[in-house]
Design a protein around this ligand. Structure first.
Ligand code: ZN
Length: 411
């Protein structure tokens, strides 16, 4: 009887009370807003000042350029929310502010911008920049992903996978490229555009007598990063193997210098501290196509950001200036620490030889690269075409690809 009565009672309750309710409230005297997206989620808290700054109305925000147009000369950082309304059917939050303005926010938009630690972390690791995974030389075969060049050129999903691998591991290999000199340009333009340097757009790595650059010799090329003497460094190296030497040498050497930095940090903290603090003068002097250049940039070997994450590595024996503009007492200790870094890196280097049609791509501000020496013959002369891409351009392309994929899934 009781069950029956309850069943009848339930049947009379309007349907909407069983739907998950979206609610909100003003807290902290108007300076904060709490939003409960539905009964099953936890509360999201938003500072009022941030909400007012990010009002989406056409007076405050220019939709087609996705830019804020709020008049910041008059912006009140002590703005208060006076009234709040949640619209269940539109899934919108409306706030009336102490400056008499009214703002509407989509719940979905708010959730994506939640200040919760886990939401911030996943946005930074998945969308801002993929989280890097550092590797030792012996792990190279497992981490170095291989993709087919033509698939990268034709299929957005494969393009995305390649760029994601490059971002996470700092290296990826494309195979099956044609043997013409236009490959690096077509590949760079599939992503964005080539980054020009002192040495032009595409460059040829071939043994040249009287070379202006150390890389254009057939001698062993010690581990280094390219262009440490630029403030704004080309960030990804594309090396297309057109002809490989049949001699024993000509192998690429690669090291994840973020892994070497991790090792220094945990095993030799004093060396790590010096290498991330002491600024080194990197330089390049010469001329290319009749234009003289003299590049200098001062930067530590290991560069870290405000959160202690590595931003870039600088290392080049030939391109380190004889000017060393630090207090004299820092010189000897720095040399000791740098020698430690160089020895650790060399012992961790992974050697492998690319084949004609391979395009080796790697992060120039993270990996160290080098080459073993080789002997060219008249019939067989090693011939590599290179170009650079910038991370800004790559990350941007990656985000656009990810957004498009997410939109396709929700459609
Ligand atoms: Zn507004």
């Amino acid at each position: 009887m009781w069950i029956k009565r309850l069943g009848r009672a339930l049947a009379h309750v309007p349907e909407f009370t069983f739907r998950r309710q979206f609610s909100g409230r003003i807290v902290n005297g108007g300076s904060c807003i709490e939003v409960l997206p539905d009964s099953g989620s936890s509360t999201l808290t938003f500072p009022g000042v941030w909400l007012r700054d990010n009002c989406r109305c056409s007076t405050c925000f220019h939709d087609s350029s996705q830019s804020r147009r709020l008049d910041w000369d008059k912006f009140d950082t002590n703005i208060q929310a006076l009234a709040l309304h949640t619209d269940e059917s539109k899934q919108q939050l409306q706030i009336t502010w102490s400056d008499k303005h009214k703002s509407n926010y989509d719940l979905k938009w708010l959730k994506q911008r939640s200040f919760n630690a886990s939401n911030r972390r996943s946005y930074l690791d998945d969308f801002y920049r993929p989280r890097t995974r550092h590797w030792a030389g012996e792990e190279f075969q497992q981490i170095a992903a291989k993709y087919n060049y033509e698939q990268v050129m034709q299929e957005d999903a494969v393009l995305q996978q390649w760029l994601q691998s490059l971002a996470v591991y700092g290296v990826a290999l494309l195979r099956g490229a044609p043997l013409d000199e236009g490959v690096v340009r077509r590949l760079a333009e599939r992503v964005g555009f080539i980054r020009r340097t002192t040495y032009g757009e595409e460059f040829i790595v071939q043994a040249k007598p009287g070379a202006q650059n150390f890389a254009y010799l057939s001698e062993p090329l010690p581990l280094h990063t390219d262009l440490p003497y630029y403030e704004y460094k080309p960030s990804v190296n594309i090396l297309h193997c057109v002809v490989q030497t049949e001699s024993k040498g000509g192998s690429n050497l690669l090291v994840d210098a973020f892994h070497i930095a991790d090792r220094l940090r945990s095993e030799y903290p004093e060396d790590f501290e010096r290498l991330q603090r002491i600024q080194v003068d990197w330089n390049d002097i010469g001329s290319e196509d009749g234009r003289e250049f003299h590049n200098i940039w001062r930067a530590p070997v290991i560069c870290v950001d405000a959160e202690g994450q590595y931003t870039r590595i600088n290392h080049s024996v030939p391109q380190r200036d004889s000017h060393f503009t630090v207090p004299i007492e820092q010189v000897q200790p720095w040399y000791e620490s740098y020698a430690r870094f160089v020895r650790l890196a060399r012992s961790d280097a992974h050697a492998f030889k690319t084949q004609p049609g391979d395009v080796l791509t790697f992060n120039n501000i993270r990996l160290l690269h080098g080459r073993t020496g080789y002997d060219d013959t008249e019939q067989n002369s090693r011939y590599i075409v290179g170009a650079y891409l910038d991370w800004d351009i790559i990350y941007s392309r990656l985000r656009v690809l990810k957004k498009k994929k997410a939109e396709q899934i929700t459609k």
